[in-house]
Ligand binder design. Sequence first.
Ligand SMILES: Nc1ncnc2c1ncn2[C@@H]1O[C@H](COP(=O)(O)OP(=O)(O)OP(=O)(O)O)[C@@H](O)[C@H]1O
Length: 333
Amino acid sequence: MPSSVMPTSRKGGSRPSPTAVSAVGFCKSYGDKAVLDGIDLRIPAGSVFALLGPNGAGKTTAVKILSTLITADSGELSVGGHDLATDPQSVRAAIGVTGQFSAVDGLITGEENMLLMADLHHLPKAEGRRVTAELLERFDLVDAAKKPASTYSGGMKRRLDIAMTLVGGPRIIFLDEPTTGLDPRSRHTMWGIIRELVAEGVTVFLTTQHLEEADELADRIAVLNNGKIAAEGSADELKRIVPGGHVKLRFTDPGAYRSAASVLGEAVRDDDALALQIPSDGSQRELRSILDWLDAKSVEADGLTVHTPDLDDVFFALTGPADAPDQPKENAR
Ligand SMILES: Nc1ncnc2c1ncn2[C@@H]1O[C@H](COP(=O)(O)OP(=O)(O)OP(=O)(O)O)[C@@H](O)[C@H]1O
């Protein structure tokens, strides 16, 4: 599927939002390996964009480039309205980055980490203390504030990391795999934090391997594979591009199973389980026609389940195992 720029307006939005991140044809290679091979993106301000891809697909590389940590080989890139090539300082002032390369210093306390960040942003001392206290409170870190960050749990470290990012009041935040390694409760807390930021108008660029996370949070999702955007769209749009929706009928009476199977020619049979799988988009109309048909034939199914494709199906369909991109890093920086 070709890489393409699709309109990325927010759900339900009436006016197009200004663009927070725009990329046209951006490329990055390591040696002769094209990690990013002509990527186009347009992310409206105030939306959540998720970049999905298998290990080694280039997600972190994309975040590092867009957050000015490394440079692209080519392409036109702008973040927060500033050109990455000519005005990286203004980009840095507009963004926050958290993720796999966390800024948290374990040797000092959470509060000291925050105050250090305030200093880096040249906030006056009193303002730095005020912002620190507010963010520690907001991220439920008041009790732990005076303890070394190395003693924090994974969830607390991530919360501290995001709190540190917010000290400078960024309008665009890059979150590189923000919930990797977190337990389900911490993951949900993090999702709540991300939703709050978006409600305040912050743009979130998220990379994740958790499809559920992209489904929960993202207005638009792009799937990165072999250096290209294999598909981009809302979660629902992506789910529609893969086949796999079906209705499953289960029987306990072998006679009923056989008569249903003989008439439903297109159904995939599972003779051992006495189950029939009928391709379907799961719509009300299709379900009604299956039920009407069962009634008309006086066939009694003992169970009916509807399976609509989920993002897992999309991911597997678009990122095949044969060309898995994960390679050891040759000269990690
Ligand atoms: N500094 C580097 N030198 C050489 N190769 C690199 C370097 N950084 C990344 N790569 C390679 O670029 C590819 C993409 O790596 P990247 O870390 O961006 O992937 P990713 O999608 O973030 O993966 P993961 O989900 O595992 O974090 C990999 O093949 C990796 O080995």
